[in-house]
Design a protein around this ligand. Structure first.
Ligand SMILES: Cc1cc2nc3c(=O)[nH]c(=O)nc-3n(C[C@H](O)[C@H](O)[C@H](O)COP(=O)(O)OP(=O)(O)OC[C@H]3O[C@@H](n4cnc5c(N)ncnc54)[C@H](O)[C@@H]3O)c2cc1C
Length: 292
């Protein structure tokens, strides 16, 4: 450990309202900690600059998964294990359940939360492409009240996001309208478990009479933020399968992504894999095979 616990203060209020009141009194002073799987890595490396931590782990208001007629609301502090074991998530949002199953190891899945994955804002985070494809919305909470924003508007740049200094993510809302779609997701990493993605994808689509009626694609690790491939989606919509379509899709992917070289991979490899994954998704979409 390169950090001294004596330098830090940790409080654990027993309600969401009490957390929000604390953050409202000193905006930007109190740093939320949920499962701590990202925060404690920073702490042990001596890189956690925030000195006042407010725990939101186990607050009942953040640990519920509510199934409503039109959407499922996932409390921000639900863990990957909560998601993997929830019947509706597994059945209707298989890409999120899969991403949860390949995030870290079991210990990490018992602690790491979906809200933490979103707020930590790594472009390589595994759950985030699925949230883009499923058209997730976020409920943000503060002493001033609640506001709801599309998840696609949350990330503003590398590790920058739309949360105000006194705000928390309270819930992630998933519309229940994609149950009949073909879904496809993959993580390409050095290993199947305990590896950060080199590239990850979540694709949803619907083919009617041999033509793509609707398609939605999220990609991770190819840009400063998780990316929705809007241009590729536009190019694919209303098209029939054929080699020209795959070539067009590959071209649009190359135009939208901005992969980097880092210790895990190269920009060239990432670009090649991203195009291959999108092409594989389109093939599976027309074949009607689900991979999630
Ligand atoms: C060994 C290991 C393996 C991992 N493997 C993977 C992997 O394969 N894929 C992957 O995507 N990630 C992986 N991670 C990263 C991590 O587990 C996830 O990002 C996790 O979801 C973070 O959730 P948490 O609750 O632990 O967040 P914390 O560490 O508690 O917090 C992370 C950040 O989010 C903020 N935050 C947390 N909750 C909220 C909230 N409700 N509202 C506002 N801000 C909030 C915190 O202030 C902090 O900035 C791994 C981490 C470790 C240590």
């Amino acid at each position: 450990m390169r950090a001294d616990p004596g330098d830090y203060e940790l409080v654990a209020p027993d309600s969401l309202q009490a957390v929000a009141a604390l953050m409202a009194r000193q905006p930007g002073q109190w740093y939320p900690i949920a499962g701590g799987t990202d925060v404690m890595v920073l702490y042990s490396a001596g890189k956690l600059t925030a000195r006042k931590l407010v725990s939101i782990w186990n607050l009942p208001e953040l640990r519920r998964i509510e199934t409503r007629p039109e959407e499922v609301q996932i409390g921000a502090a639900c863990t990957y294990s909560d998601l993997r074991n929830h019947e509706t998530i597994v059945r209707e949002f298989p890409m999120l359940a899969s991403a949860a199953s390949w995030t870290g190891g079991i210990a990490n899945q018992n602690r790491g939360t979906l809200g933490g994955n979103i707020a930590n804002a790594s472009p390589a985070a595994d759950s985030l492409p699925a949230l883009l494809a499923y058209d997730a919305e976020l409920i943000l909470f503060s002493n001033r009240g609640e506001r709801r924003i599309p998840y696609s508007e949350f990330h503003l740049g590398y590790k920058k996001h739309a949360l105000a200094a006194d705000e928390l993510i309270r819930a992630i809302c998933l519309p229940r309208r994609y149950g009949a779609y073909v879904s496809y997701c993959r993580k390409v990493g050095a290993r199947n478990a305990q590896a950060i993605s080199k590239v990850c994808i979540a694709g949803l689509g619907k083919v009617v009479n041999g033509t793509i009626e609707d398609v939605r694609i999220g990609l991770g690790s190819v840009a400063p933020i998780p990316l929705r491939l809007k241009e590729t989606e536009r190019a694919l919509t209303s098209q029939k399968m054929g080699p020209a379509l795959l070539d067009l899709a590959r071209l649009t992917v190359a135009e939208q992504i901005r992969p980097i070289d880092d210790i895990r991979s190269t920009s060239k490899y990432r670009a090649g894999v991203a195009a291959n994954l999108v092409a594989e998704f389109i093939e599976k979409l027309f074949a009607g095979t689900v991979r999630s």
